[in-house]
Design a protein. Structure first.
Length: 355
């Protein structure tokens, strides 16, 4: 895990998130039991996260000269906005994947299916209610993220730049999510470059580029520095997502937060699988993947075949290449030394997550 928030900063970020979610719950209270349940589920979805994106906002702000003494409510609000943006995508992603739990706990859709069943809905109607609640909770979080940025106490130039970041993050991430879903539905198999593009768009734009740029902008970083930062952040974001793909295939339960080999059981079309498809071992890999959904023994066989194909090593090499590029791009006189150090720390942390 990438740990960049000190205790005081974590408390400030959590307080900003709590303020935003409490506001939603207060406003929902007069609207009835359904609205109260929806905002409670929305708040639960944002609780106890790893806070990676807020950490990157704060760390970038400080690395570009914002300084701990100048930490303001605006910084915490923008950091909170990036966390709520992430939570919105998670809620919608769970809906797209038809998941009813997140890390072993009922998610928004799961909570509302149970709620619907409690007032007599059958399975089909309960599923409709759960899906609707997940859409609406994600929508609330998306708007709240934008509202926090729109209302934060910064000058108009900074506000405009921050809103552009949020705008880009939502559009690019939506595009990546759709591409990911369409890749899974295709009769043919997407090529590796298409899968890498979807992996970048789905995660890197909002998880690394947006928070790092937001912090730098709030600290007054010049355009050239932001440009170099954006390039390095894109490489870091893709590397992070590719490591997640490895964790979803080879990671332990503690790493993945779910049963080992979940991506294999769900037949996800990831860059790892695309790389295996380009090898002579693909017939054996394909045969193993076809039955991976049947249980742990089949999952282990698929893992062995993927390793034997060389796809795992190839993906690790791609991750290493992206991290090298990020480190090279960050070693620029346009970036202050503290920013170079920050990007190196993030790269090292990503490398340390490889299972």
């Amino acid at each position: 895990m990438i740990a960049l928030l000190d205790d005081d900063a974590r408390i400030s970020v959590d307080a900003a998130i709590e303020r935003a979610l409490s506001r939603l719950q207060r406003r929902a209270a007069p609207l009835g039991d359904g609205a109260k349940a929806l905002t409670a589920a929305t708040a639960a979805a944002a609780a106890d996260g790893k806070r990676l994106r807020p950490a990157l906002v704060v760390a970038s702000y400080r690395a570009f000269g914002g300084g701990r003494d100048d930490d303001t409510t605006a910084l915490w609000d923008v950091a909170a906005a990036l966390e709520l943006l992430h939570t919105a995508f998670v809620v919608h992603d769970d809906l797209i994947d038809r998941d009813l739990e997140r890390r072993g706990i009922p998610n928004v859709a799961g909570r509302f299916r149970t709620r619907a069943q409690a007032f007599g809905a059958g399975p089909e109607q309960a599923a409709i209610v759960g899906d609707a609640a997940a859409v609406l909770a994600g929508d609330l979080l998306l708007f709240e993220a934008a509202r926090l940025v729109a209302c934060c106490d910064v000058d108009e130039t900074t506000r405009h730049a921050l809103l552009e970041i949020i705008d880009d993050a939502i559009l690019v991430s939506a595009s990546g999510e759709l591409a990911d879903v369409e890749h899974g539905a295709r009769a043919d198999y997407p090529d590796t470059d298409a899968l890498l593009g979807a992996a970048h768009d789905k995660t890197a734009a909002y998880s690394f580029e947006a928070p790092l740029l937001a912090g730098a902008i709030m600290a007054g970083a010049p355009a050239e520095a932001r440009s170099r930062l954006s390039l390095a952040a894109a490489d870091l974001g893709l590397a992070f997502q590719l490591v997640d793909d490895l964790i979803g295939t080879f990671g332990s339960r503690s790493q993945a937060g779910r049963d080992p080999g979940a991506d294999l059981r769900e037949a996800k079309r990831t860059p790892l699988i695309a790389l295996a498809r380009d090898t002579a071992a693909w017939p054996r890999v394909s045969s193993a993947l076809a039955v991976a959904h049947t249980g742990p023994i089949a999952v282990r066989r698929a893992q062995r075949e993927l390793e034997a194909s060389g796809a795992r090593d190839h993906l690790v090499a791609l991750i290493d290449d992206r991290l090298r590029r990020a480190r090279s791009r960050s070693a620029s006189p346009a970036l202050p030394p503290a920013a170079v150090t920050l990007l190196a720390e993030v790269a090292n942390a990503i490398e340390g997550r490889i299972p």
